[in-house]
Ligand binder design. Structure first.
Ligand code: SF4
Length: 145
């Protein structure tokens, strides 16, 4: 009988969100998770390439548990994953999260400043919470987190 091996990475897929300030926060938050908070544990991919039909990219959610992070309720990253790869383990709607946090400032998509940077950090910590939850549930094999 073939032994089932657990994945060693978590996939975090941000939307491309160029036209929305929350999209910029989304991308920056995912970059923070990959580079600062959980380097080596989290992998991502390019949403436009995924949508363009790259076969390798579309194996993504079949090989690793995926957390989709979207800037707004249109949920482009989550819907693309569900359509081309499979169900996501978790998803975040950054706009809804900011509303929940009571953020009322007007945000810039092209010139993020201290407010946007702080929000990207907070969103990154939310993503980390979900990543660690998958590890705790045993869905990912890691030596040390
Ligand atoms: S989820 Fe919203 S912000 Fe992100 S790419 Fe789609 S429309 Fe743009």
């Amino acid at each position: 009988m073939e032994m089932e091996t657990r994945p060693t990475k978590v996939g975090v897929l941000p939307c491309s969100g160029e036209s929305e300030p929350e999209g910029t926060i989304t991308r920056n938050a995912v970059r923070l998770v990959m580079e600062k908070y959980r380097p080596g544990l989290v992998v991502s991919l390019c949403l436009p390439l995924y949508l363009a039909g790259d076969g390798g990219e579309r194996d993504f959610a079949k090989k690793v548990p995926v957390i989709a992070v979207d800037g707004c309720p249109k949920s482009c990253a989550r819907l693309a994953t569900e359509k081309y790869s499979g169900p996501v383990e978790a998803s975040i709607d950054v706009r809804a999260l900011l509303e929940q946090w009571g953020v009322t400032e007007s945000l810039s998509r092209s010139h993020p400043g201290p407010i946007e940077d702080e929000l990207a950090e907070r969103v990154a910590r939310e993503i980390v919470r979900l990543v660690d939850g998958l590890v705790e549930e045993g869905k990912v094999e890691v030596a040390n987190v």
